[in-house]
Each structure stands twice: as C-alpha cells, then as structure tokens.
Design a protein around this ligand. Structure first.
Ligand code: PLP
Ligand code: ZN
Length: 424
C-alpha cells in the first residue's frame, strides 16, 4: 500500500455540507475514524476506509417525491443537498422486471431482474461514477480518471464530458473494441496499457501518488465512489414495495457492489424503511477469474490472487480489494460465491435474451449462469423470492455470442425460398 494521496488542488477548502449526511471516514479493519477528505487508506493499519454517516430522519414519502434517478436517495449518500444542480448523467432508477418466462425455465417461483443495462452508458458504473464525480468536484480535482476493465472507463469519460472536467481513462490493451470505442467517443485521453487490469490498477495508484489534483474514482476517491452501489439496494427494496428479497445474486469483480448492496439493505432496516428479515447474498464469478469463489469453496479467509482468463472481462479482477468482505457477507447471510465456465456464461446470455428480451453482457451472463447453478445444486431455494442484477449491456460484448447466434438461413428473396427454409 502506498501513501494516501490527495486528489485536491492545494489550498481547496471543503464547502459546508459538501458530503451531506456523511460525517467521517472509518477503517473497515480497525475502526479508526478520521475526518472526511480525499483519503482511502487508514493511517493506522492501511485498511480500506469507508464512509460513516449520521442520518437525519428519512421517510419513504420524501424519497418517493425525489427525481427518477439515484439522487432520490441523496439523504443517504455522501453528496451535497444541491447535487442535482451540477451537470451529471443522472443515472439509476432502472427497471426491476419480473422475469416470468425465465423463472419457469429455471423452476423458480418468483424471480426479478434488476436491469442496470439501461443506465446512461449502459452499465451500473454510472451510479458509482456519479458519486465519485461529486466528491471530485468538492475536492476541486482537475482530472477525473480511472483504471478500468471497460465499463468504468465508459462511465468516467461520459460523466467527465458532461461535467466539463478533463478525463484520462486507463484500460488493458486487450479490451473488447466496443468498450474502447465507448470510451474514446467521450474523451481524447483513452490510454491502453499493455498488461491486465491488476497492472493498470497498480499504474493508476502510482500516478495518483505522484500527480496533484487527480481524482482516480476507484483509487483515491474510492470511499465516495463505492457508496454509489448502495443505490442498487435502495432501488430494489423500494421497487419491491419497500421490502427486501429473500435471495439476491450479484456479480463480483472487486466485490464493492456486493458489499454495498448489503450495506444498503442494513441501512434501510436500521432506518425503519423496510422490515427486518433474513436474506441471503450470493456472489457470481467466472471460472477464469475466481479468487473469491475459490476461497469460499475452500473455506479460506484470505483471497489468493489469480491471473484472469475469461470472456467476462468486466469481472476480470484477479486481486479483488473487497473480496474478503464478500466472503464475510456470503457466509453471514447463508449465501455462497459460485463460479461458472465461459460456455455457461454464453448460454446464459442467450437464455436471458430469448426468455425476457434483455441483452446482457458477459457479467450478466455470469450472474444468471451462477443463479442457474445455485438452483441446480440446491444452494438457492427456488420457492423464495429472488433478484439477480444485470449490470451491463450485451452490445458491449458482442464477440462473446457472435459465434453462437446468427441468421437461421440465408435465402433468395422469394416466397418459395422462405418456405423451403422451414423456420422454427
Ligand atoms: C464493474 C462491474 C461489476 C462489478 O463491480 P465490483 O463492484 O468491482 O465488484 C459488475 N458488472 C459489470 C458490468 C461491471 O462493469
Ligand atoms: Zn485501520
């Protein structure tokens, strides 16, 4: 761990109320607290810092009266009360769809898809980036940046464009072309690095340590960034009619999203916005990048890093920062972390498309394939209400299925040829 770095312009002082209900940074490892600021590692033990809050009274009615985006939950996020007045992509409040055809196919009684592929840059990353952007603004940062497995770069580049702040985004050079183009349209500064995500991440930490005024969303403003994932949990509960599901399946890259959805559910219970009840949290990984699933299966507390090799590139983090917390949550709630092969991922992408009309990327394919496996192995109860999160859009990972689907026939433009093709 390098030193904690400051993505601030020297001399910038923070506005009153810059972080709303957030009051401190708390070390997840040793509980040491410190003042809010551009810090991400504990000065006592180098553990990761997360946001601590003192919530005022928050009611369902107050939330329901808010805008149809994540800012309806601003009273629960580290953002200022006037957040809606700063240009941003206004992500969130995506659809929660009941998946009846898919449920029948899988033998599940009640199944919902939280479809985050419809966010402004077509992945859940717009949520976390919106919170990171707010923090970067309050810190007076000059550059908005990230190391990324693809979707994050898209979201940072687009949000930075709208906010009028310079962006620089770093990706592994072997990334899918659509994900590269989806960043490059928004920024002049897409940097392809010859290495895997973990190499790109290390480089970003080094740059963050050397350069002033750089806000790396998932490095030195990570505590603020990570809170954005809580909105997925809030929305699922609100859209179920202010209830928690019995079981939820969430993809795991760094593990941040899964830990924050659980945090959101706990906050809603503590605030009396939903009834307290047990629920199980399940994590989804690909066999080609399975450090958390392996630790879960083997009963280990530590994560052994892996070298990723999977079509689920948005989940290809070999050394996941929040992996140990994912293990804790899966074990505490009676869930699990499972893994599936690339072929199972491809099949699940087509299954979701053909049953529900939703085209997911490889991360969503991983999540659905894991859900299927959890049912088949009896780890998930098909009689209990279940939600799975579709985190990204299939148009970004066309190559994954371009070999599995295509024209049923190529025919002459005649009725006879059509009949002869004998379509299903
Ligand atoms: C980043 C990403 C995830 C997982 O994110 P973590 O919070 O790092 O676990 C899942 N799905 C998609 C599509 C992503 O881009
Ligand atoms: Zn600490």
């Amino acid at each position: 761990m390098t030193t904690t770095t400051a993505p601030t312009t020297p001399g910038t002082t923070l506005r009153e109320g810059a972080f709303g209900p957030a009051v401190s940074l708390i070390c997840r490892e040793c509980g040491t607290t410190r003042e809010l600021g551009p810090h991400y590692a504990c000065h006592e033990c180098f553990g990761p810092l997360e946001i601590g809050y003192e919530f005022g009274s928050v009611t369902r009615e107050q939330i329901e009266a808010g805008p149809a985006n994540i800012w309806r939950y601003k009273a629960l996020l580290p953002v200022p009360d006037d957040i809606e007045s700063s240009p941003n992509l206004e992500p969130g409040f995506t659809r929660l769809l009941e998946a009846r055809n898919l449920a029948t196919e899988l033998g599940i009684t009640k199944l919902w898809v939280k479809d985050d592929s419809t966010n402004p840059t077509n992945s859940f990353k717009d949520r976390v980036v919106a919170c990171a952007l707010s923090a970067a603004r309050e810190f007076g940062s000059k550059v908005f940046a990230c190391p990324s497995t693809g979707n994050l770069a898209n979201a940072v580049a687009a949000a930075g464009a709208r906010a009028g702040i310079r962006t620089v985004v770093f990706i592994p050079s072997n990334l899918e072309t659509p994900k590269q183009v989806n960043s490059a349209v928004f920024t002049e500064n897409l940097v392809a690095v010859d290495g895997n995500y973990d190499d790109v991440n290390k480089l970003a930490s080094e740059i963050a340590g050397e350069e002033d005024g750089w806000a790396f969303v998932n490095v030195n403003v990570r505590p603020f960034y990570a809170e954005g994932s809580k909105t997925l949990g809030y929305e699922i509960a609100e859209q179920l009619g202010w209830r928690l599901p019995d079981q939820i399946v969430i993809p795991v890259a760094s593990g941040s999203q899964l830990t924050k959805v659980h945090k959101a559910f706990q906050e809603l219970i503590a605030l009396g916005l939903v009834e307290d009840k047990p629920y199980k949290v399940f994590g989804a990984q690909a066999e080609g990048c399975n450090p958390v699933a392996t630790a879960f299966a083997e009963g280990h507390d530590a994560i052994r890093p892996v070298k990723p090799d999977t079509i689920a590139k948005s989940l290809a983090i070999g050394n996941p920062a929040d992996g140990i917390y994912v293990l804790d949550i899966a074990r505490q709630t009676g869930g699990a972390v499972e893994q599936v092969s690339d072929d199972e991922i491809r099949d699940a992408i087509v299954l979701l498309a053909r049953t529900e009309g939703i085209f997911t990327e490889t991360a969503g394919g991983t999540t659905l394939a894991v859900l299927k496996k959890l049912v088949a192995t009896g780890q998930l109860d098909p009689e209990r209400e279940t939600v799975f999160i579709n985190t990204g859009h299939g148009l970004k990972t066309l190559d994954a299925v371009s070999g599995s689907v295509g024209p049923a026939a190529t025919i002459a433009p005649t009725y006879d040829a059509f009949v002869a093709a004998n379509l299903a």
